[in-house]
Design a binder for this molecule. Sequence first.
Ligand code: PGA
Length: 245
Amino acid sequence: MSKKIFAANWKMHKTPQQAAEFAKNFLTKVKDDFFNHNEVMIFPQNFSLAAIATEFKNSKVQYGPQQIHTELKGAFTGENSLELAQAIGAQICLIGHSERRQFFHEDHTAINKKVKLCLEKNITPILCFGETLEDRQSNQTFDVCFKQLDEALTNIDTSKRLVLAYEPVWAIGTGQVATSDQVKEVHEKVFQKMQSSSFKNFQILYGGSVKADNAKELIGIPHVDGFLIGGASLEVDSFLRICYL
Ligand code: PGA
C-alpha cells in the first residue's frame, strides 16, 4: 500500500519568516515514525520556497513550487524555472491548479508540457483536475475530468510516478466539501481509467475545503490516497490534525 499524502497549498500566503516558523514548529510536533506511512508535501509561495528549503533540507518533508514555466531557462521575465526550484531541493511541483486555469488561462498544451518537464527532471508532478459547479449540474463531471486528464497526460511516460489531485472547483475555498459519494465515484472512475491507460505508479488526492472534521471520513474512501489542502494547511495545528486523523 502506498503512503498517504498530505499536501499543503499555501497559495499567495506567508512571508519567508512565517514559512520558516511554520516549518520549525511542524518539525518539533511531527513524530519521526509518521513518515513510515505518510508523505508531507509543502507548496509555499515562491518567495518563501528558499526559506522552506533551508528548514526542511534534512527532513523527510518534500517541497516545491505552485507553478512553473514550460521552459527551463531563457528570456521569460517574471516566470519560474523548474530547474532553479530543483537547485534548492524541490522534489515536487503543483500543476494545473484550477486557479491557474481560471485566472491565468493556463491551457492544456502548457499543462501537458509541464507534466512532461517534471517527469524528465525526476520531479513528481501533482496534477490538479476537477469540474465546475456548472459542469456538475449539467452532468458533465466525468467528461470534463477525463478530458482534463487525457489532455494533461498525452504522451506521458506511464512508468513514472504521478500524483493526481481531484479538486472540484466549487469545493475550493468555499467550505462546501464534496460528499463522500461524489468523491468515491470520481476516485473510483479515475483509478480505473489510469490503470487501463497503463499508469503503474500513481496516487489520487482529494482537495477542496478539507478540514480535520471532514477528512476522517474522506480518507476511508477507496482510492483516496491523501489530500491537497489550502486554508486548513496554513496553521501547523490544523494541518497536523488532518495528518494525524
Ligand atoms: P482549500 O483549497 O482547502 O482552501 O479549499 C484547496 C486548494 O485550492 O488546493
